[in-house]
Write a protein that binds this ligand. Sequence first.
Ligand code: 2M8
Length: 242
Amino acid sequence: RAIFLDLDKTLIGDDYSPELARPVVKALKRKGFIIVFNTSKTRAEVEYYRQALGVEDPFIVENGSAIFIPKDYFPFPVEGREKGEYIVIELGMRYETIREALDEIAQEYGLKYYGNSTIEEVVAFTGLPRDLAKLAVKREYSETVFRWTRDGWAELLKARGLKVTRGSRFHTVTGNTDKGSAARVLLDLYLKVGPVESWAVGDGENDLPMFDVVDRAFIVGDLRHSKAKNIPSIEKLLEVIG
Ligand code: 2M8
């Protein structure tokens, strides 16, 4: 069994600490789940949580933009870009391209995103501890927009082939991808090895496409989705896992 897990407000709470997630990850491991983090976070941020929680499976970053697969993880060669200890399957757009589009309209719409903010501003807007904020601004495939003074910017970006999605707190700008497409690509790789039952847990609008590609979906909180079962909190997830 493989489980796709959103991080913010699903596996980790408002303080961004990995502590709440520990018992959940432990229970999932005991049950033999493959644990795939599928998040808006950057590779640097996910590496922090993987290390803190002892998770070594592949992971999906920046809202479905790229799948990082440890080299030699699958018993067959995987097509992708070699980057350090990973093979990376890139489904999104390069950060530089997204930044160019944002920079062009930033002034007109009063847009604030990580790239035109100081670390202090990022800390203030996200509530991230400074060390984690530094990892959050290491974007490779997406940008997080947290403030604007005029509407219409999202439509403009969409007309230029970019995607704007709501996360737990902010808006994410990516290429034409989502958490569901990336989960599908990774599931197809697992299916080459053998049958796999897929689960997903998330809390935000950007998690809905992921629910559509798995066998069992769970929503933390009160977001609606026909296919998913609502579970009120992260701790409740433990009951579901059994
Ligand atoms: C952003 O992600 C959240 C989660 O969905 C959001 O869009 O609301 C990203 O910038 C992520 O990298 C960052 O850690 C997080 C901080 O809340 O915000």
